[in-house]
Design a protein around this ligand. Structure first.
Ligand code: GLC
Length: 454
């Protein structure tokens, strides 16, 4: 049987049924380890499966998922810290059998390790709703009043009054796919790129009426400053490196160039200058007061190409970097979640000495096959399909034999992750989705955005 046929068989087995209808996919089906919460359907994990189902015309499962997760979203404002806030979408849900029936139990991070709130769930949810709408050409679901309200409530969490002076969205550490402490507190790129995509998707989905008017205005006034901030201040290439290296500090007032008061000594310039090829560039991992995290975060960089947060030129430079630093970023398994890993004292302080996130493992420089589809989408969008072909060929050498692990370890991604689940659904779906995007690039439109908003 071909690798694809085997992967499809496993994906079918991961489908969850709720009240007699297909609703999502289980995170992992590893028979050899305790399930913990991997027996649940995670919103972010389901995106890979959902896009694939849409591309194959299986729209019903995605529709049901969107409808049922919307019902889980809290709708009332209450100042009760023991309850999730209005608008939050769950990280995951579980099907519970009860008195002969079934109900869904959501986890908003209130059960998760470290009690981390999933800021990415709602953003992905909006992006998926747009993909569903494009794929079915049916706007009626997104235009239903409950869906319009659901979008507004998600965006309210990102756009309303808050303690921040920047256009980026402010989130706690571990609020995304990296759901443990990893120095992502503040304005991590991974969230900003999804935020930008979700804002643009919302402009396509929100009907112009009285209920939405304020929200649409809010999106418009956020979109351009957000994009400018990311394209200018997160961007790192050899030219920018030279500018930042010689930044003045302690500048007061509106004319300040070094707006974030970044001190040169906080950035490993010599290592970076050596690593960053002349033709390459990328968006920094995080930016805040006297903080610029220069680690390369893959999801954020790839999604900034897909969502057109990065310019065309920047998008090419990001792909150039991946191509020219292939051994570091792709290695034996596409691809690193972030690069480089935090080591020694930095690992101790930034991760809280988390043994699961020790250097070159899991979120701290581990390699995640699910990222293969994002690499493929970004490469295809920029007409650089050969990068995706190459990465898929690397992944195919190992995935089946290793039983589709959740992640790989080591600076070259050669080891199966120390605590990785096998038969991890988004590994399986991510691989299939990458193949599908290569074979049918027209499906890229489900997830991709044109350069400037219409
Ligand atoms: C881990 C990952 C998270 C994922 C979940 C289910 O918690 O860090 O990103 O959603 O597993 O696969």
């Amino acid at each position: 049987m071909s690798i694809e046929a085997q992967a499809w068989e496993l994906l079918e087995k991961s489908i969850l049924t709720y009240q007699g209808r297909e609703i999502g996919t289980i995170a992992a089906k590893d028979p050899e380890v305790v399930a913990l919460n991997y027996d649940q359907c995670f919103v972010r994990d389901f995106i890979s499966s959902a896009l694939l189902f849409l591309m194959r015309g299986r729209t019903e499962i995605v529709r049901y998922f969107l409808e049922e997760t919307l019902k889980l979203q809290p709708k009332t404002t209450q100042f009760d810290s023991s309850k999730p806030s209005r608008g939050l979408m769950p990280a995951s849900f579980k099907i519970i059998a009860y008195e002969g029936g079934e109900y869904l139990k959501a986890d908003f991070g209130d059960h998760a390790i470290g009690r981390v709130a999933p800021a990415d769930s709602g953003l992905w949810w909006i992006i998926l709703l747009r993909a569903y709408t494009i794929s079915t050409q049916d706007f009626s679901l997104a235009h239903q009043p409950d869906f319009q309200e659901g979008i507004r409530f998600i965006l309210e969490l990102c756009l309303v009054t808050r303690f921040d002076m920047y256009p980026m969205v402010l989130v706690p550490d571990g609020a995304s796919m990296i759901d443990r402490r990893m120095g992502m507190y503040g304005h991590p790129l991974d969230i900003q790129s999804l935020f930008y995509g979700a804002l643009r998707a919302s402009l396509e989905l929100l009907v112009e009426n009285d209920d939405n008017q304020k929200m649409i205005q809010g999106i418009h006034s956020r979109l351009i400053p957000l994009r400018r901030q990311l394209r200018e201040n997160y961007w790192l290439d050899p030219d920018r490196l030279n500018v930042i290296y010689r930044y003045r500090v302690e500048e007061y007032g509106e004319e300040a160039l070094n707006q974030f008061n970044i001190y040169s000594d906080s950035i490993p310039f010599y290592r970076l200058a050596k690593w960053l090829p002349e033709a390459g560039g990328y968006m920094a991992g995080n930016l805040g007061p006297s903080q610029m995290d220069v680690r390369f975060f893959t999801l954020g960089n790839l999604m900034s190409i897909v969502s057109a947060l990065a310019t065309e030129r920047q998008s090419h430079k990001i792909l150039n970097l991946i191509e020219l630093r292939w051994t570091d970023l792709v290695g034996q398994m596409p691809m690193k979640l972030c690069y480089p890993a935090l080591e020694d004292a930095e690992w101790r302080i930034v991760t809280g000495a988390d043994p699961k996130n020790r250097p070159w493992s899991y979120h701290n420089g581990g390699s995640w096959p699910v990222l293969l589809w994002m690499l493929t989408a970004a490469a295809k969008k920029m007409n650089r399909g050969e990068l995706a072909h190459h990465a898929i060929a690397v992944a195919e050498r190992r995935l089946v034999e290793d039983q589709f692990p959740e992640y790989y370890d080591g600076p070259d991604g050669r080891l199966i992750g120390k605590e990785a689940r096998r038969y991890q659904t988004w590994t399986i779906a991510g691989y299939l989705l990458a193949k599908e995007l290569l074979a049918h690039p027209e499906h890229l439109q489900l997830i991709s955005f044109d350069w400037e908003p219409k």
